[in-house]
Design a protein around this ligand. Structure first.
Ligand code: SP5
Ligand code: ZN
Length: 358
């Protein structure tokens, strides 16, 4: 059986993106070629069935995100154009509404133009909005939900080529190239369809601060993440091992920070801890996999040391759970290697005949 690969071209217009790195504008690492490269490499293997997403409407997004941030993503661009902003320049926040801003003061109201509200909802200078951003973000959610549909219909594994990615987006927060949290929306949707417990495994190089925040105090969602140590790695303010969830979710957040230059063997060792937590949680739903490929040794903005062959071992270790997997694309910026790394990962994930985990 071919592996369902869900993709669309809506993301192509989320382009021309600029981010500020240490105050300097650079072309955004999160570019359309990422998805094109992965799609083409997977389709060249004959093991995948490419399919378009179906429209799931706005409700699954509103089940995870506050209406005010959905409204911002949808309308910041048109408000900016109406206000006379240059349509050739992406929107980035320049004035941030930090907790410290208000202190004891009341905040009476938001600015009128939604482009002027960006700093109230975006936590970095790397999450630009252009004309095509809202429709790309909506399409990415439809891709994620269609990927879930394929697995609920019986596919053991399906892969959604979501772009923009999602795991840095919180309930009323965008950032880290992310607008809507595709993986969180899938987890919430599977619970809405009757599941009791869903596990999200996040193997992107960065901590999924948004996913962690959304499910922090939830007893029905396990969030486990392997990532660069936030002591010196973006997003800096979350992802320490001491963050373990709160309330009904206490113990259901598992952070496994990794040192620079972590290689495949060390990575697989840490992954076993995450997989053990998932087994102990006994999900009754497919595992949601936040699949970033920015753990690669040559990724331009990350510092782990994984090789292409390591991804097959990681995929195989995840397959050893014996649970269906909804794989959702997150980051990965070494364009020239993304295709081979995705082929390796998905090959390992789909191959349940080889056991790498003892
Ligand atoms: C989805 C995802 O992977 N988002 C990551 C967003 C990271 N954005 C900021 C990265 C800052 C990295 N600075 C490193 C400079 C390397 N020369
Ligand atoms: Zn990442």
């Amino acid at each position: 059986m071919p592996i369902p690969l869900i993709a669309s071209d809506h993301h192509l217009a989320h382009d021309g993106l600029i981010e500020l790195v240490a105050g300097r504008p650079v072309p955004c690492y999160e570019m359309p070629q990422r998805v094109t490269a992965i799609r083409d490499a997977l389709m060249a293997t004959d093991n995948y069935a490419l399919d378009a997403p179906t429209d799931h409407g706005p409700d699954p997004i509103a089940a995870v995100h506050a209406l005010e941030v959905i409204d911002l993503v949808e309308h910041a661009w048109s408000d900016a154009i109406a206000a006379g902003r240059d349509p050739g320049q992406p929107l980035l926040p320049d004035t941030f509404l930090l907790r410290e801003y208000a202190g004891p003061m009341p905040l009476e109201r938001m600015p009128l133009g939604r482009h002027d509200r960006l700093g109230a909802f975006c936590f970095d200078t790397a999450t630009p909005i252009v004309a095509g951003t809202a429709s790309a973000a909506r399409a990415a959610v439809d891709i994620a939900l269609t990927t879930l549909d394929r697995v609920l219909d019986g596919a053991p594994v399906a892969f959604g080529l979501c772009r923009p990615p999602g795991h840095h987006a919180g309930r009323r927060l965008i950032g880290g190239y992310c607008y809507f949290n595709n993986a969180a929306i899938v987890a919430e949707a599977v619970l809405a369809r009757g599941a009791q417990r869903v596990a999200i495994l996040d193997v992107d190089f960065h901590h999924g601060n948004g996913t962690q925040q959304i499910f922090w105090d939830r007893g029905d969602v396990l969030y486990g993440s392997l990532h660069g140590d936030p002591s010196a790695i973006y997003p800096y303010f979350s992802g320490h091992a001491s963050e373990r969830g709160g309330g009904a979710g206490e113990g259901l957040t598992l952070n496994l920070p990794l040192p620079p230059e972590t290689d495949g063997d060390a990575y697989l060792g840490a992954l076993e801890e995450g997989l053990a937590a998932i087994r102990a949680f006994e999900p009754d739903a497919p595992v949601v996999l936040s699949l970033g490929l920015d753990t690669y040794h040559a990724d331009p903005i990350c510092n782990l040391a994984l090789e292409t062959s390591d991804y097959a071992r990681i995929g195989n270790a995840v397959a050893s759970l014996g649970m269906p997997v909804v794989a959702i694309l997150e980051g990965g910026y070494a364009i020239e290697a993304l295709g081979a790394n995705a082929v390796s990962f998905l090959g390992g994930l789909a191959d349940s005949t080889v056991g790498f985990s003892a």
